[in-house]
Design a protein around this ligand. Structure first.
Ligand SMILES: *Cc1c(COP(=O)(O)O)cnc(C)c1O
Length: 349
């Protein structure tokens, strides 16, 4: 029995998937009268390719991963939800998350009636391996590792990830939403070595396409087949496929954006670390910086009153006192720093 056979929910294993018109006929023809579409050309009158083959081919070349190891979703949030639905039996199975981290893992768990076991990161950055071992049991299906982590910006060492891949009996989901901003390599190179590895990436951050909603899951062929079997047939629309293919053909643009963000991140990091109201700046490996102040609500209010919105993370366990700022353009960052300075002058006497 394969690993996926062992982990998959019975009802999903036995599911006969919906077969769309586009599934049943693929190829060249002159007359398409099979899908109840409109015959009038709007540029969008046909259903999109359910398996996004052309887009996957481009992505496969870009990432050096075989196209049948790629799953595309309506944002990576959809891929996260599909993982729950495929592998976690409601009311019975559990997943492990390492707070403080991205909130969607727990939200998806709650929606699917799946227990969440929290193993808090040591000092907000280091993985508690013994804690995970103690929390895991035969019903632990997913372990979420977010690296670089939202909201701390910390990374999990690739050796630690490999240790967890060997030790954990379920799927290890490495969320690399911010990998393009990190100094560490992606886990994609581990894909061939570990059948229980799932990697999530997204076009929402470095690629500048949060509005199109495109998330990517990478995994074994068998795992990707399971996700494709249960996804809504046309989950990635035609406009999204078109725009993302354009972006992939023009990736110099993304590289120059990333360079600009990294330079601005350095400016922000330095200014924050020198501010008299800032107690701690977390080592940033993403396009945001988490920093701790004495009165997070006070600073947040002062910024809001000046039209500058950051994320108040101070009520998150492990992030007490912290605000998170996304790296913006030079002008936006300067405006933030100007308001931070004004605030500092008022509170530090
Ligand atoms: C922003 C973010 C995502 C991206 O989600 P999409 O649904 O692809 O927009 C995924 N994981 C983390 C940790 C994030 O911060």
């Amino acid at each position: 029995m394969s690993l996926i056979d062992k982990l998959i929910r019975r009802s999903i294993r036995d599911l006969k998937p919906y077969s769309s018109a586009r599934d049943e006929f693929q190829g060249e023809a002159t007359t398409f009268l099979d899908a109840n579409e409109s015959p009038f050309n709007t540029g969008l009158n046909r259903y999109p390719d359910p398996l996004q083959k052309e887009l996957k081919l481009l992505l496969s070349k870009e990432k050096s991963v075989s196209a049948d190891q790629i799953m595309l979703g309506n944002g990576s949030d959809e891929v996260i939800d599909l993982l729950f639905r495929a592998f976690c039996e409601p009311g019975k199975d559990n997943v492990i998350v390492l707070p403080p981290t991205y909130g969607m893992y727990s939200v998806c768990a709650a929606v699917n009636d799946v227990e969440v076991r929290e193993v808090v990161l040591i000092e907000g950055e280091r993985v508690d391996l013994k804690g995970i071992e103690a929390a895991a049991d035969g019903n632990s299906k997913l372990l979420f590792l977010c690296s670089p982590n939202n909201p701390t910006g910390s990374i999990i060492d690739i050796n630690v990830i490999e240790d967890l891949l060997s030790a954990f009996s379920g799927l290890v989901v490495v969320d690399e939403a911010y990998i393009d901003f990190s100094s560490t390599p992606s886990c994609l190179m581990l894909l061939g070595k570990h059948p229980n590895l799932v990697i999530l990436q997204t076009f929402s951050k470095a690629w500048g396409l949060a509005g199109v909603r495109l998330g990517v899951g990478y995994g074994s062929v068998e795992l990707i087949d399971v996700l494709n079997k249960i996804k809504p047939p046309y989950n990635v629309n035609q406009l999204t496929q078109r725009v993302v293919m354009e972006a992939l053909r023009n990736k110099e643009q993304v590289e120059s954006w990333v360079t600009a963000i990294l330079a601005q991140r350095e400016v922000l990091e330095l200014a924050l670390s020198q501010s008299p109201v800032v107690k701690k700046v977390w080592g940033p490996e993403a396009n945001f910086i988490l920093f701790e102040v004495g009165d997070p609500d006070g600073l947040y209010e002062a910024l809001v009153n000046n039209g500058v919105i950051v994320r108040n993370r101070s009520r998150l366990k492990g992030c007490e006192g912290c605000l998170r700022i996304t790296v913006g353009t030079m002008e936006e960052n300067l405006r933030f720093l100007e308001k931070l300075n004004e605030y500092a002058k008022e509170v530090v006497v």
